[in-house]
Every structure is written in C-alpha cells, then in structure tokens.
Design a binder for this molecule. Sequence first.
Ligand SMILES: [Zn+2]
Length: 326
Amino acid sequence: MFPDVRLRRLRQSAAIRRILDAPLPGPEKFMWPTFVIEGEGKREAIDSMPGQYRLSIDELLRDLEPMAATGIGSIMLFGLTEDACKDHAGSEAWNENGTVQNAVRAVKKEYPDLIVAADACVCAYTDHGHCGPLTDKGAVDNDAAIDNLAKICVSHAAAGADIAAPSAMMDGQVQAIRAGLDQNGFNETILMSYSTKFASSMYGPFRDAEKSAPGQGDRKGYQASFGDLRTALRESAFDEAEGSDMLMIKPSLFYLDILARMREATDLPIAAYNVSGEYSMLHATAQRGWGDLKSMVQESTAALARAGADILISYWANQYNELFKD
Ligand SMILES: [Zn+2]
C-alpha cells in the first residue's frame, strides 16, 4: 500500500497512458442509422439532431462515399412514407419497391462490402403510429404483428439486406421472422433483434426525424420498463432462444448496467444503440458551451465498448474522422 504503491505511476504521462488504455473503437465497429425518403436530390436537416438528415437515395449514396472510405462497418436504414401510403397494418413497410427496399438495393450495388441492416417495424407506416395492427380495444395485436414483421424482413432480404433488424418488441417476433426468412430461401440473412428495447424518454429526436410518434397512447405496453431489470434481461434471453444471431440494447448510455449483465449472460454479439436523445443531449451541451463535444463523444463511446458492446449503432458514425481521430 501507499507509500510503496503509487497508482499515479501508471498514468503520469500521455505516453504511458497511450500504451495502457484500450483503444477507442475503430470505424468498423460503427453502424450508422439513417433515414431514407422518396424523391431525388432531397436532403432535409433534422432540427433536433444536428448533422443528421432525411436523405433521398441519391443523397444517401453520396454521403456514404466518405464513410466507406473511412471504413465504417455498417449502416441501418429507416424508411419514411407519405401519409397517403399509411394504413391500419402499415403494409407499405413490406412493399418490395418501398423506399427502404429500393435504398438497400442501391447501397448494396454501389458499396457491396458495406453491411446493410434494415430496421423492421410498421410504426412509420401505420395511420395510428403503433408497431402493429390494433385490436378492437386499441392494443397492438401481437400475433398479427409478428406475421407482418416476417413479411417486412423477407422483403428487405430479397432486396439484399445483410441484417434483418426487428424493432417492434413483439413476443415471438424472432421465431416468426427466422421461419419466414428460411422458408423464402434467406437462411444466410442475419437476424439482429432489438432484444431489450426500453420504453424510453430518449427517443424524442428520432420520432421527430421519422415522424413516427404514436397518434394516441405510448409504447409502454410492449417496450421494456426501465424499472424492471429481470424482465429486461429475459427479453434478450428469449430472443437468443428463438434464434436471434445478435442481441441489442436500446437506449444504451442509461443502461450500461444491463449491457454489462447481458455481456456476462451471452456469447452472442451485442449491439448498443446510442439513441437520438443521447446524441442530441451531447450536442445541446456543446452548443451551450457546457462541454467539449469530441471529449464527451469519446468518453461515452468508450463506456459502451467497455460495458461489452461489439457493435455501436451510433449517429456519430458519419462524423467519425472529426470525433475519433486526433
Ligand atoms: Zn415501431
């Protein structure tokens, strides 16, 4: 003990810290979530998420060029549709010529080595904004919803998506989607479920971006409760048992304890979704001069890797060079 042992020896200079510290995650660990819209030459800034846009496919391809050169490992596509295309079930979500399906085809043609994940849900496609068709009582009909999720994932896989990523938090969704993919010849398609997704107050900017806030009520009836640790862990364990290839925690920074527990409980890869509110929170702090953006981004991202995340689903991905290189 002190005075023989002095821990400060091991951090006394930048040179010694450099050889002892774990490196920051490389660009290959990042999955960039982004929003695709119809049309050409369209680039709509998302006010609550500085540096993020809703992009038409041609603009998306343009933005991916520097990211592919940087070595960003993967992207995740979210689609938007016109109000006129919305219906009770959200059937536009499995249109084989829908926005996401067309975007997947275009991206895989231009950047065949970039791994493309496609979010699968109907909340941006239903006229009521919930993640599945509603029963007479207004609840989401779980078993009808999972059949539709399978149709969406099959349409994404047919377009060339590498990863199907169902986000609806329906019971049995992984089993239904795996069966749908396999029956249609897509047994190579990776299934990454949003396995532990919380009903969180940190999704506000995303709903602004995706225009997907529920018309009535909230999603607490299907998304996990932040107060119930054990059920949150069971959600991921169930998805693993149903055949998910990768697990996910969403949000991530407020849930590092659960991420660390998941890391101990499974050998599956785990993705941490560093959500819109977590992104915008750091931007807002930096804009007010209350913190340095680059330092905050590096520290929070290192925390996700340290807690056990293999893949970082992160809006910082399109600013990797500015934020993670010296
Ligand atoms: Zn949804």
